[in-house]
Design a protein around this ligand. Structure first.
Ligand SMILES: Nc1ncnc2c1ncn2[C@@H]1O[C@H](COP(=O)(O)OP(=O)(O)OP(=O)(O)O)[C@@H](O)[C@H]1O
Length: 203
């Protein structure tokens, strides 16, 4: 969270039911996350972690129920939202401008994910881990209060994981919210965890 958001964000899901195809992914899911909290979202493959993030981000509709998000949201998932034909710096700046961010915000995000030396190469040349870092940098540069990070540690080396840990800790220390989907326990302390099961319930 940056000075662009000086209030306390919050996130609440109220009786959210989601159906994909003929599969009930969630049934009456309730969730509340307050400013300064890091929520670890966990569960087996296919339990609905990515679906949950897409519903919260407004990319997928809920069948019933409501998402109440007080604060700007940013999602980093497997779909890299950066134009492959632009340089990393230009692609990041494109999105950051839409979020009211400055070039300095972009540079700070690139520096946070140790990407400054890659700012001038096209996004399509990035390796898997570098793409992941660029996706996270986009979230950082957005100045969003609520971060939705879907498997952000996948493909990161230990130095990059440490950069991400630091960015998350800094964000929640400033009162931001982070939802982190991961199979492995994060190395930083989480405020709470949401465990999803295969029958559309939180357990
Ligand atoms: N477009 C779709 N149409 C129908 N079903 C879908 C669609 N996309 C995903 N699903 C189903 O929704 C369920 C939840 O998928 P989701 O990707 O949210 O799981 P996940 O917990 O993120 O899994 P993983 O740990 O493997 O990343 C799965 O059973 C999946 O097959």
């Amino acid at each position: 969270m940056t000075s662009r958001q000086a209030y306390a964000p919050s996130l609440r899901l109220e009786n959210v039911t989601v159906i994909r195809g003929n599969r009930l992914v969630f049934n009456n899911l309730n969730l509340s996350v307050a400013a300064g909290e890091l929520l670890w979202v966990r569960g087996a493959n296919g339990c609905g972690k990515s679906t949950l993030f897409r519903v919260i981000a407004g990319l997928l509709g809920a069948f019933t129920g409501k998402v109440h998000a007080d604060g700007k949201l940013a999602l980093a998932d497997e779909n890299l939202a950066l134009d492959p034909n632009l340089t990393v710096g230009a692609a990041l700046h494109f999105w950051a401008q839409m979020d009211g961010a400055t070039l300095a915000d972009c540079d700070a995000a690139l520096a946070a994910m140790d990407l400054l030396s890659l700012a001038d190469i096209p996004v399509r040349y990035l390796s898997t881990g570098q793409r992941k870092r660029a996706a996270i940098a986009r979230v950082l540069a957005s100045g969003s209060a609520i971060w939705l990070l879907d498997e952000p540690y996948n493909g990161l080396d230990s130095a990059s994981s440490a950069h991400l840990d630091k960015a998350i800790l800094s964000h929640i220390a400033k009162g931001g919210i982070v939802l982190l989907a991961a199979h492995q326990s994060p190395s930083i302390n989480v405020s709470d965890s949401l465990i999803l099961d295969a029958k559309g319930r939180s357990v």
